[in-house]
Design a protein around this ligand. Structure first.
Ligand code: CA
Length: 227
């Protein structure tokens, strides 16, 4: 899971980055509103945490602009206790949930898990699409039609996870490179193609009807074979 944190208070941001990385989130941190908005619009994140008071542009404006662009990434707003109307304003602006500072780590992690689940239809630790199911604990891919299963490598798992989370959308090579390797470069574009072919072989191995379609000149999309 790749997470975007936009927070200008240094100590708070540092502590959050540490906690979230321990929980295996890949965290990118920005300390001002404008770079936070740019990052949010890259659409490579599974979840976005926004502080309200930020230099440049506040968290509400970021959320509003992100939603205006049709980006549905779950947003959790962090608000100060003194800002009483924040809850309403936050949800109005397109945030999915809010948390009042100071908060307990446990509470934050629970909210994040709930938002991720809501976004990707996760049932009992499984992600599913068509006739395939992905066990998020063991990185096992199964075909629900015939019960066949296979373990995925880390990159293969992340490719499928990203595709399932964004079903119905075409994802570009650039998005995969950024999302999974963290950088855009020719070398990473080659990696995307190589790992995409490994992932396709795993889908074929379990006999899934679901497949990764290459959309010429655009990117990749997950489709269910019979559609
Ligand atoms: Ca702040």
């Amino acid at each position: 899971m790749r997470l975007l944190l936009v927070e200008d208070e240094k100590r708070m941001a540092q502590a959050l980055c540490e906690i979230l990385r321990l929980e295996k989130y890949e965290v990118d941190h920005y300390a001002d509103g404008n770079s936070g908005l740019d990052a949010a619009e890259s659409e490579i994140y599974d979840i976005i945490i926004l502080d309200v008071m930020l230099p440049g542009m506040n968290g509400y404006e970021i959320a509003r602009k992100v939603r205006q662009k049709g980006i549905r990434t779950p947003i959790l707003m962090l608000t100060a206790k003194s800002e009483l109307d924040d809850k309403v304003t936050g949800l109005d602006s397109g945030a999915d949930d809010y948390l009042t500072k100071p908060f307990m780590t446990k509470e934050l992690l629970a909210r994040l898990r709930a938002l991720v689940r809501r976004n990707i239809n996760m049932l009992d630790g499984n992600l599913s699409f068509g006739d395939i199911s992905l066990d998020t604990n063991t990185s096992t891919l199964s075909c629900t039609g015939n019960g066949q299963s296979v373990r995925l490598s880390e990159k293969e798992y992340r490719i499928l996870e990203y595709l399932i989370a964004n079903q119905g959308q075409i994802l570009t090579r650039e998005q995969f490179a950024l999302k999974i390797w963290g950088v855009e470069s020719d070398a990473e574009y080659n990696n995307v193609e190589v790992y995409m072919s490994f992932t396709r072989k795993k889908l074929a191995f379990v006999g899934a009807k679901a497949e990764i379609k290459a959309v010429r000149g655009m990117g990749y999309e997950l489709r269910c074979g019979n559609v």
